[in-house]
Design a protein. Structure first.
Length: 95
C-alpha cells in the first residue's frame, strides 16, 4: 500500500496562514451555517449517526455535531452538504 506524503502540522499551518486559506478547505473542518432559528446547513460531514424529530447527531471529521430542537427534519442531503429544518434550540459539538 502506497503512503501519502503529508506535510508536518507546523508547516501545513504556516502554509494555510500564509495563503489565507479557509480552514474548512485546508483541514476538512465541519462548517455550520444557521439562518435564524429554523434552518441549518452543514458541510463537510461524514454521516448521520442519529435522527429523531427532537435531535440529529452528525459525524464530522474531528467531532460530532448534535442539533437539538423540535420537529427537526433533514430537508435534503448530498455528499457535500445537508439542510436541516425545524425549531433549532441548540448546536453542540462533541469530541
Amino acid at each position: 500500500m502506497k503512503k501519502r506524503n503529508r506535510l508536518p502540522n507546523d508547516l501545513k499551518n504556516s502554509v494555510v496562514r500564509a495563503l489565507d486559506l479557509p480552514q474548512d478547505l485546508a483541514y476538512g473542518c465541519v462548517l455550520v451555517s444557521v439562518t435564524g432559528q429554523n434552518e441549518l446547513l452543514i458541510e463537510n460531514y461524514r454521516g448521520i449517526l442519529e435522527y429523531k424529530d427532537d435531535h440529529i447527531r452528525i459525524q464530522a471529521k474531528d467531532c460530532r455535531v448534535l442539533i437539538v430542537g423540535k420537529r427537526l427534519e433533514v430537508e435534503y442531503y448530498t455528499n457535500e452538504e445537508m439542510k436541516i429544518k425545524g425549531l433549532i434550540e441548540q448546536i453542540l459539538y462533541e469530541n
